[in-house]
Design a protein around this ligand. Structure first.
Ligand SMILES: C[C@](O)(C(=O)O)[C@H](CC(=O)O)C(=O)O
Ligand SMILES: [Mg+2]
Length: 301
């Protein structure tokens, strides 16, 4: 009821343990706090909070327009509704290394278990589109060093994302990944890998956990969990999958209402009122109220 029953510190320990477990961790992207409850209910390992979803939800393209305040606030609202660890997309860290330090502390305060910070230039692009640019290795390393030094909880996960494969060779991506680990990254997110062998190449370059981004309509094939696990991937995200599914369903329902003059034909594919109430734990609030209103003062007053 109300919010998560474990502390952010405990969630960070769970995330660390999951990454050490040898079992690939699945993190679907929550597009709102309620969908985080659904992810937990279905038995996933954690919740991903996508920068693209956050921006798109506000009607904005994912080009670095959202602010630290917007991201920390929304990510905090999502993180607090689940006992699972939540990993948030911090884009380029919202500025220079000193801003990156502040970003990390705000995300820690918001109850996140970790974040990823990328080496793109501003304005950033979706990692699976063309026209990206990356900063030089020193600038990228400074961002990560600032992030790692700024955290107060040593378990807050600093993941470095590199977009360099979009503009350079696989060997350059391996070198960049190594440099980011040397700068203090706890994990690496190699963006826009072209095939499984590229994940394997990054795996062999570093000895920290690596993440695979299984975003639809992008540059990577949609590999199965088994494929990714055998390539040595430790965590997989499905960042925009639930937003795309929900928006697809919403669009079809709107078309049904337009065509039929009623939503009746769409009702069968809707989440029911009972299931919705289950997810918001309505019963627990009823019980809480009953105990307040049923309270009797001894002596009958
Ligand atoms: C992972 C990602 O950074 C995100 O914001 O979710 C995006 C996802 C997408 O646009 O499909 C990305 O740059 O890959
Ligand atoms: Mg993003």
């Amino acid at each position: 009821m109300l919010y998560s029953s474990v502390t952010p510190g405990q969630k960070r320990e769970v995330l660390r343990a999951g990454l050490r477990s040898g079992r690939i961790q699945q993190f679907p992207g929550a597009f709102n706090p309620l969908s985080a409850r659904l992810i937990e209910d279905k038995g996933f390992d954690g919740v991903y909070i996508s920068g693209a979803v956050l921006a798109n939800d506000l009607g904005l393209p994912d080009i670095g327009l959202t602010t630290l305040t917007e991201v920390a606030t929304r990510a905090g609202q999502i993180a607090r509704m689940t006992d699972l660890p939540a990993l948030v997309d911090a884009d380029t860290g919202f500025g220079e290394p000193m801003n990156v330090a502040r970003s990390v502390q705000e995300l820690e305060n918001a109850g996140l278990a970790g974040c990823h910070i990328e080496d793109q230039f501003n304005p950033k692009r979706c990692g699976h589109l063309d026209g990206k640019n990356v900063v030089d290795v020193d600038t990228a390393a400074k961002r990560i060093r600032a992030a790692a030094d700024a955290r107060r909880d040593a378990n807050f996960l600093i993941m470095a994302r590199t977009d360099i494969r979009g503009t350079d060779t696989l060997a350059a991506a391996q070198d960049r990944a190594k440099a980011l680990v040397d700068a203090g990254a706890d994990a690496i997110f190699p963006e826009a890998m072209r095939d499984l062998s590229e994940f394997e190449a990054i795996r062999s370059a570093v000895d920290v956990p690596i993440l695979a981004n299984m975003t639809e309509f992008g540059k990577s094939e949609l590999f199965t969990l088994t494929d990714l696990e055998s390539a040595g991937v430790n965590m997989v995200i499905y960042p925009v999958t639930l937003l795309r599914s929900a928006m697809g369903a919403a669009e079809r329902t709107l078309e049904t209402i337009k065509a039929d003059g009623t939503q009746k034909a769409a009702v069968g594919s809707m989440q029911t009122r009972a299931r919705l109430y289950e997810l918001v734990d309505y019963e627990a609030y009823n019980r809480f109220d009953a105990s307040v209103f049923n309270f009797k003062v001894p002596g009958g007053h």
